[in-house]
Design a protein around this ligand. Structure first.
Ligand SMILES: CC(C)(COP(=O)(O)OP(=O)(O)OC[C@H]1O[C@@H](n2cnc3c(N)ncnc32)[C@H](O)[C@@H]1OP(=O)(O)O)[C@@H](O)C(=O)NCCC(=O)NCCSC(=O)CCCC(=O)O
Ligand SMILES: Cc1cc2nc3c(=O)[nH]c(=O)nc-3n(C[C@H](O)[C@H](O)[C@H](O)COP(=O)(O)OP(=O)(O)OC[C@H]3O[C@@H](n4cnc5c(N)ncnc54)[C@H](O)[C@@H]3O)c2cc1C
Length: 669
């Protein structure tokens, strides 16, 4: 009985052959990833979606113009709301999330920011009475909301946002106003044409005094006619690199009045007579961003694993070139270069996916404490998430792009599905805090860690390795030191030495009289590097701990191969840092490389089974190259034929423009 559960009659024999080689049960790995009931529920939901044409696309959505894309997604949203509860449990985020992936794919849908930011902002920042008033209506979709923070002139520097919310004691209202063109809200998802409410971030003014950015619930469109409310100018910002099904928008307030109680008042308050009570922590109004930074890790990992699924399956049905002359053309996955590109992407995908679960759990624990006024761990969480969102978005982007290139010419076609995945995923480097800025947020925390250590103060668990100065020699190959431990210690050394080095440089510049700000900017690149090495270490440790906790022996062994590949790849990628301070020599780095190449060979027979176990349905994958059955060429032809340019044999534009030109040229002869 083959261990891979996706074998079917009629599949491409090249892919069936791969599935027959599995050394672990793909069903058991799926259970390890998703948990017992969810793994099964996901399959049931996928099967149900296939039975309902109203939830499926009539044609590949990449053939459609923006207006049709937006309309289709609205139509499907209604179908999901009407029938979705027959398919999945709407109270389960995981089940609903899976249904959304099946029906809408990655490119956005009308409720994305409503669920991802608008509702979480209310849940985290509205007081109980406000929550009771707004959440049930928002959950029933009586209205659709978005999160309007970024402006035309400022996205990163929130303290410089220009939109004002001025309290009018006389009427007990706030007046929302956009004083300049650069103060237009710009970018909020689903603002352009969909949302009728926003959480607007604006500078709070009372009696001429500014209290910084706060969040306000503002109605921007009429609930019955959807026309903009008086004083509101709103629209779509136009086509983007990706996410074109999402109507990211612009918004202007012209002295728009809202009731006092429309300010979100769980943490900061303004009383009827205009007395301001600050929050217990000044950054609590940034809570919705913290939420998204915590949840986006898994979403980004999901895109990497989808791209890996496509490229690995395709690499087993594509044959090109011979390794040994005369032995026939090989599957392109036999090439070491292909394995190196794809298995490292697979390893990062698995690492980020499983670590993403841990991040989400940690977030939920700390968010609950914060809700009850305990902000002790907020700085740790903010630092961790700032690094995580940056590393995972950037390295995932690189992995997806490698998957695309590994598919050769067909990877460049939208038929592969990967270009759109890349365009969607790479936005994660920008939204929720531009990566360079976020890495520097984390660097502040790391530098403080070194200073605390110097003053003999206690370090948080996350930073305790900074005190481990005895780890100063690479121990790969020594008896009693296994590969995993040697590699984790190497990553610890890389992070510690990089953070120490940049902190010493900062301190010395300041001792020479440079201001703290200028010293920081002169070290900014190195500070981002320190942050990167720390985060990569955190991911590695967390991934290792997660794999070690697996009880099923065969699954633990399968994921240990992936873990070891991940660790060797990370160490090789950062090996230049190992030479600093003489921690390692080039022979030792060569040993890590050898271990990595051996792991590629070990993973090769299971490659298709790893991605099969991640279980992304064909409906969700939206890729001709990544089809489960491996029947790529016939379907590529079908896909090309179905494209709108082929609807007529002779294109009207050819008749109108090119034909007359060619005929005229001929008649001149
Ligand atoms: C860069 C910062 C963090 C700077 O903020 P600041 O107020 O100027 O603070 P600072 O002086 O640098 O630092 C002061 C201090 O505040 C801390 N801090 C900063 N942010 C947080 C937080 N969230 N939680 C807890 N603590 C926080 C910092 O660590 C500093 O602490 P320290 O003084 O070092 O102890 C901030 O402006 C920021 O977060 N900018 C990024 C904006 C952003 O992420 N926008 C997202 C818009 S919504 C979106 O993109 C949705 C997309 C969704 C989708 O499409 O799916
Ligand atoms: C697809 C997408 C969806 C979005 N959705 C929303 C949404 O729903 N709601 C919303 O409010 N916003 C949204 N945004 C906006 C997004 O959050 C901002 O674009 C993002 O925070 C970056 O800010 P910025 O555009 O001002 O970039 P900038 O800050 O102008 O960045 C430009 C460059 O300047 C550098 N830079 C800026 N400040 C510093 C600094 N202090 N130190 C060093 N370098 C610096 C950056 O590193 C970057 O290289 C979305 C954006 C995108 C792309």
């Amino acid at each position: 009985m083959p261990l891979n559960h996706l074998i079917r009659d009629g599949d491409n024999p090249d892919i069936t052959e791969e599935r027959q080689k599995a050394t672990f049960s793909t069903e058991e790995l799926a259970i390890e990833i998703y948990g017992e009931p969810l793994a099964q529920r996901r399959r049931e939901i996928s099967a149900e979606v296939l039975k309902r044409p109203e939830l499926l696309d009539d044609c590949p959505h990449v053939f459609l113009d923006r207006t049709t894309k937006v309309e289709n997604s609205m139509k499907k949203t209604v179908a999901v709301m009407e029938k979705g509860s027959e398919i999945c449990d709407f109270t389960s985020r995981e089940e609903l999330g899976h249904l959304v992936c099946e029906v809408f794919g990655d490119d956005g849908f009308p409720l994305s920011i409503h669920f991802v930011m608008f509702l979480p902002a209310i849940q985290g920042q509205a007081d109980d009475e406000q929550a009771e008033q707004w959440i049930p209506r928002a959950m029933r979709l009586e209205f659709i909301g978005t999160y309007a923070q970024t402006e035309l002139g400022h996205g990163t520097n929130l303290r410089a946002l220009e939109t004002t919310a001025t309290y009018d004691k006389r009427t007990q209202e706030f007046i929302l106003h956009t004083p300049t063109v650069s103060a237009y809200k710009w970018w909020p998802g689903n603002l352009g044409k969909t949302a009728n409410y926003v959480i607007a971030n604006a500078q709070l003014y009372i009696d001429g005094k500014s209290h910084g950015p706060h969040n306000f619930l503002v109605q921007i469109r009429d609930e019955n006619t959807h026309q903009p409310m008086p004083g509101i100018t709103v629209g779509d910002i136009g086509p983007k690199f990706g996410l074109n099904t999402n109507d990211n928008g612009f918004l202007r307030f012209d002295h728009v009045r809202i009731p006092r109680r429309n300010m979100l008042m769980r943490h900061s308050k303004v009383s009827a007579d205009g007395v301001y009570s600050p929050p217990v922590h000044p950054k609590l109004s940034y809570g919705a961003m913290i939420f998204v930074r915590a949840t986006m890790i898994r979403m980004l990992a999901h895109v990497v694993l989808k791209a890996a699924t496509i490229a690995i399956r395709y690499s087993c049905v594509r044959r090109q070139g011979e390794i040994k002359t005369g032995n026939g053309e090989v599957k392109i996955l036999e090439y070491q270069t292909q394995q190196h590109r794809l298995f490292t992407a697979l390893a990062r995908g698995f690492a980020y996916r499983l670590v993403g679960d841990e991040v989400k759990n940690l977030y939920e624990k700390i968010a609950e404490e914060v809700k009850h006024g305990n902000v002790e761990q907020l700085a740790d969480l903010h630092a961790l998430l700032s690094g995580m969102k940056s590393i995972v978005s950037y390295d995932s982007g690189k992995a997806i792009e490698q998957c695309r290139m590994a598919c050769g010419g067909h990877g460049y076609s939208h038929a592969s599905g990967i270009p759109e995945m890349y365009a969607v995923e790479i936005a994660g480097c920008t939204y929720e805090g531009e990566n360079m800025v976020m890495l520097q947020q984390q660097a502040r925390y790391l530098v403080k860690g070194i200073h605390r250590l110097a003053h003999g103060e206690e370090l948080s668990t996350m930073l305790q390795y900074l005190a481990n100065t005895s780890n100063n020699k690479f121990r790969i190959g020594e008896s009693g030191v296994d590969l995993e431990n040697a590699l984790i210690l190497a990553l610890e050394y890389i992070a510690r030495s990089t953070i120490e080095r940049v902190t010493a440089r900062l301190d010395s510049l300041q001792n020479k009289g440079l201001s703290a700000e200028n010293a920081w900017n002169e070290n900014a690149v190195e500070l981002t590097r320190a942050s990167r090495t720390h985060t990569r270490l955190w991911i590695a440790r967390c991934f290792r701990d997660r794999v070690h906790r697996i009880e099923n022996h065969a699954i633990r062994s399968a994921l240990t191969d992936i873990l070891e590949l991940f660790l060797t790849y990370e160490v090789v990628d950062m090996s230049q840092y190992l030479y600093q301070g003489g921690y390692a020599n080039s022979d030792q780095v060569a040993q890590v490389k050898d271990a990595m190449y051996k792991l590629l060979e070990k993973i090769r027979p299971n490659a298709v089974s790893y991605v099969d176990a991640y279980e992304v349905s064909d409906t969700e994958l939206r890729s001709v190259l990544g089809r489960r059955d491996g029947n790529v060429y016939d379907n590529l032809l079908k896909w090309a034929k179905s494209n709108p340019l082929n609807r007529t044999e002779v294109l009207p534009a050819v008749e109108k423009h090119l034909m007359p030109m060619m005929l005229a040229a001929k008649s001149k002869l």
